[in-house]
Design a protein around this ligand. Structure first.
Ligand SMILES: [Zn+2]
Length: 91
């Protein structure tokens, strides 16, 4: 588990304001991109993370769907919260 994700950018990709559902695309320092889903009610919570297939997985090197990023969802969510990236992406 030497891999450490480092978010360089979070961009909004879709919003359902009524239901509080938000979709973002995040880019990591190594070029990996992921689609992340949040539900803001009752508080911001990551509900899903999927790696986009734009580059091979930085963990297992597969260029098709894998579940590696699931293991980093907590770390990625923490970075998003600590750096208030959702506020920035939505502003
Ligand atoms: Zn993988």
């Amino acid at each position: 588990m030497a891999y450490r994700p480092n978010i360089t950018e979070l961009q909004k990709a879709g919003i359902n304001e009524k239901d509080g559902l938000y979709e973002f695309v995040l880019t990591l320092a190594d070029g990996t991109q992921c689609r992340v889903f949040y539900n803001r009610f009752p508080e911001w919570k990551m509900t899903n993370i999927n790696r986009l297939l734009t580059t091979p997985c930085p963990v297992c090197r597969k260029d098709f769907i894998c579940k590696c990023m699931d293991a980093f969802a907590g770390d990625i969510n923490q970075q998003i919260q600590d750096r208030q990236l959702i506020d920035k992406a939505l502003s």
